[in-house]
Design a protein around this ligand. Structure first.
Ligand SMILES: *[C@@H]1O[C@H](CO)[C@@H](O)[C@H](O)[C@H]1NC(C)=O
Ligand SMILES: *[C@@H]1O[C@H](CO)[C@@H](O)[C@H](O)[C@H]1NC(C)=O
Ligand SMILES: *[C@@H]1O[C@H](CO)[C@@H](O)[C@H](O)[C@H]1NC(C)=O
Length: 433
């Protein structure tokens, strides 16, 4: 099946937006009660091109409802299209739809073979909140569960092999059914993949097994706290991406960072995106304890810096961190691609893009960042930092003679911190986190 061009999508969306807009006023009287109790709005696709007052939340609900069904039927999923309006009559699913979502679409012929299926519930069990491109699905840990729009029911994502060289050769399965037409549609708000069959009705225990690897989406929003609805949608996406990152970090040798992010979840979720510099558990346990009390200094809020972005930063560039008033500084600029030479606070990147999703990117580093005063440069108090956690005395220029691991006075730092923190320190040190 052909991939729909973005232009067509926008045209489709706009035409439906204007239809629902013009019919809205004539039916205003009859829909007032519905509108008053309606869930938060959905994405307003053409926000930028329209005066904001035309896009009050209640309008958006109607617009969005109108858009999904025609997109589905245009792609040939007529059975699902007929069930689309039912999504908005259930308050739980309608709330979840306030963010972007992904649909795993079974063909009409296969939906018809399921005589006992109710198409609306079939549709809900084939939809998950969040944007899951085929590429992203392939990278998920084998057996990851994702909660569908049917609360408490999860689909399981598996892929056929682990060829790291060419990810596109993997087959991806959801609920054991192959995705035969990946990324049929993607407008940044809705992703649709075509399936070979349909996913058998999900059991009420489908999320319970292997709770460790399940991504469950919060269906309850704190409405009292949030009147700005577009912001609420961003928060929903960030919640989802944070959970994904926390889960994958835990399964990939970064469980300390994972725990720290859980503790700081409330603060992180208010960000639009985040770049995190991580130390793996092994490095922390083998001496780099100071990372634990300094994690905030390793988190760059509202910047999504890939390794390519970092490599382009000139010397002296500062990066604001969550540690108030403390910035990181690029001390060596990047070099050739695939050979990351750049250093931040004299520390080299060990592995780029350890975890990466739509909003969260994590790079691992060799050592915790020492505090550097950008203005003073490499002065004696370079590593003092003035924080309660600066257990490392000044290294005065030792960083010029760097060891091969990209470290900066590695043994010295290890030695000192090991003395100061001989045992595993408390993670719940709220000053440091
Ligand atoms: C992975 O895919 C590449 C490119 O298609 C291929 O050359 C390579 O042999 C594959 N590796 C494995 C382990 O299957
Ligand atoms: C990966 O495999 C697909 C399908 O076999 C092929 O079209 C694509 O060119 C390959 N990409 C790379 C980078 O080898
Ligand atoms: C990250 O968030 C910032 C601040 O909101 C925004 O300006 C930027 O475009 C975002 N970057 C990406 C790649 O989403």
């Amino acid at each position: 099946m052909a991939i729909i061009s973005l232009n067509l999508v926008i045209f489709l969306a706009l035409s439906f937006l204007s239809i629902s807009h013009s019919t809205f006023h004539s039916t205003l009287a009859s829909t007032t009660t519905t509108a008053a109790t309606a869930p938060p709005p959905l994405f307003t696709i053409s926000q930028a091109q329209q005066p904001p007052q035309d896009y009050l939340p209640d309008h958006a609900i109607f617009s969005h409802t109108s858009v999904l069904a025609p997109i589905l039927s245009h792609l040939g999923f007529n059975e699902l299209a007929t069930a689309a309006p039912s999504l908005y009559s259930e308050s739980t699913t309608a709330t979840a739809l306030s963010g972007p979502y992904t649909i795993f679409a079974p063909s009409d012929s296969s939906v018809r073979t399921c005589i006992s299926c109710s198409t609306p519930s079939l549709l809900r069990e084939h939809m998950v909140p969040g944007l899951f491109t085929a590429d992203y699905l392939r990278k998920l840990t084998f057996g990851t569960k994702i909660e569908t729009l049917s609360p408490g029911r999860c689909i399981t994502v598996t892929s056929s092999s682990s060829n790291q060289t060419n990810l596109t050769v993997h087959k991806i399965f959801v609920g054991g059914v192959e995705i035969t037409h990946p990324d049929l549609f993607n407008n940044g708000l809705i992703i649709i993949h075509g399936l070979q069959g349909y996913i058998a009705p999900l059991s009420p225990f489908s999320c319970e097994v292997e709770r460790m690897t399940s991504l469950s989406f919060p269906f309850h929003y704190d409405r009292s706290q949030n009147n700005q609805l577009p912001q609420q949608q961003d928060v929903a996406l960030m919640q989802f991406m944070l959970r994904d990152a926390i889960l994958r970090l835990r399964n990939n040798g970064f469980s300390i960072l994972s725990i720290a992010m859980k503790i700081k979840y409330a603060e992180l979720v208010s960000l639009n995106n985040v770049t995190i510099f991580a130390l793996d558990d092994a490095s922390i346990f083998s001496g780099s304890y100071s990372y634990i009390n300094n994690i905030r200094f390793h988190i760059v809020p509202n910047q999504f810096l890939t390794i390519a972005d970092l490599e382009r930063l000139p010397v002296g560039t500062t990066l604001t961190t969550l540690d108030r008033g403390q910035s990181l500084v690029v001390t060596t600029a990047g070099g050739i691609i695939n050979n990351p030479m750049m250093r931040i606070n004299y520390v080299r990147i060990k592995a780029a893009d350890v975890i990466r999703n739509l909003n969260v990117i994590v790079h691992s580093i060799y050592l915790p960042f020492p505090h550097v005063h950008p203005m003073v440069g490499a002065s004696d108090s370079m590593l003092g930092g003035g924080s309660q956690t600066s257990t490392v005395p000044g290294i005065d220029g030792a960083c010029e003679s760097l060891d091969e691991q990209g470290g900066c006075g590695l043994s010295q730092i290890n030695h000192v911190t090991a003395q100061v923190k001989p045992h595993m320190p408390e993670i719940e040190d709220h000053h440091g986190l």
